[in-house]
Design a protein around this ligand. Sequence first.
Ligand code: TXA
Ligand code: MG
Length: 532
Amino acid sequence: MKTLYLKAEEENTPLIAGDILRKGGLVAIPTETVYGLAANALDPEAVKKIFIAKGRPQDNPLIVHVQSVDEIPPLVRQVDPRLPALAERFWPGPLTVIMKRSPLVPDEVTAGLDTVAIRMPSHPAARAIIKAAGVPLAAPSANASGKPSPTKAEHVMRDLDGKIDAVADGGECSVGVESTVITLVTDPPVLLRPGGITPGELKEVLGEISISHAVYEKLNENEKAHSPGMKYKHYAPQAQVTIIKSSFEIYKKFLEAHSEPVCAVCFDGEGKYFKYSLEYGREDDSPAQAHRIFDVLRRVDETGCKTAFVRCPSPDGVGLAVYNRLLRSAAFRVIDLDFSIPVYGLTGQTGAGKGYVGEMLAKLGMSIIDTDLVARQAVRNPEVINLLKAEFGQDIVIDGTLDRAELARRAFADKKKTQALNSITHPEITRLTTELIHKAERDGAKAAVIDAPVLFESPLTAICDKIICVTAPVEVRLARIMERDGISREDAMLRINAQRDEEYYKSKSDIVIVNDGNTDLAGEILNRKDLI
Ligand code: TXA
Ligand code: MG
């Protein structure tokens, strides 16, 4: 099908669009929030086409768009007594209200629920097209399911060109994130999706409201979503997105510690510090962030980076909508790099006796984090497994378990592949490690110690206040490796030679501990003022 491109401001656009809609076609229309993919809400066959064009899950209901409150009574069982006040204050505008539905609304629109979501957009083109169509319009955001919502006609074309009858180009959407969704079916009303209208503004009209926990958290496996759209991964570029909570200084240090290319999704004025960056508004300007965030998320993949780290927005006012959309695009991966206890890195060459030093530090009340275990746990995360399969081949997973030996063979074949492996696993390794540090804080540990044989190659270096390296003379290390692993002197030597030399380790460390088997290590560590 050829998708007709219409300019929203042209006089006959509403007539052409209205005509297509009445005949059961699909038209993407601009609204003040995001572009919507509209169909006649009262025509089940037309509505079905929306789900096909977007690839949208059948159980996710649509919002019905009207241009006058007079259109509402036939759509609902009863007009909620609180509606007039909401309409008076917020309509036309970015608010969607859920009420019990009437039989007039097809099951296809409500996905079989006994409620219907209704909104009156303020964009003049949307209003003109609804009016010209003469029927209420069911319209989800006009993106391919899972992609960021479209805030420009070109976003719609990129996702849906050839799949819909027409698009009306009304320029950039002013709000930039979808409408606030509130249900009046429950008492008190529940905010299901934050958007252009803030919780504070709603409270001024409704008094008490509650905010669905799905706004902040991933739903449990078996939990039923009150707003089905909230249960899917959403708004996501191909790249893996992670939200970083920290000062700019620490954020910058953390990003710089990655050897693979990473994209900084940051606030205005910060982009110049990074090779790949996208700015999404001033730190203190939530409306500007809302306006830009979807366009920025769409552009992440153009940088070629497989990893994007987003500066965490303030979740106040409209910022709650920005934070909520970012959480979903990040599959809820948030890394908090602000620690209240010291974080030490512990590393050393093979056979240097780093494990024994770890045991001593644990005795001093520090919490030891074993990054080998963390790395194993990271590759059990389903999202990580899917990315690994896409990068290294479906056959690296056999009967649901990752073939780690085969993965290593493929990943270490060349530098690009190794970087790809790092891009996929590093964010999850960092997330798990930082969660353990925060657990150590709660448990009252004196410090957290990241025990990592390859610490310097890992972005975790950036979060260490100090790095401790353990060294021992080659002869001592040889003897330890031979005994520990039951291998010959030659093989032990090969392992030693495969690593960087002692000078390299020392030059990158703040504290060097010699574990030659003779010194009273416990005593020495106890006396180190720079450690405790
Ligand atoms: O700003 C907007 O609301 C945009 C523009 C086009 O109007 N539309 C939009 O639609 O964002 P969509 O389909 O992408 O999101 C609709 C959300 C989904 O999360 C859906 O689950 C929820 O509203 N929803 C729709 N009907 C519902 C109902 N009866 N009960 C609970 N949630 C409902
Ligand atoms: Mg949507």
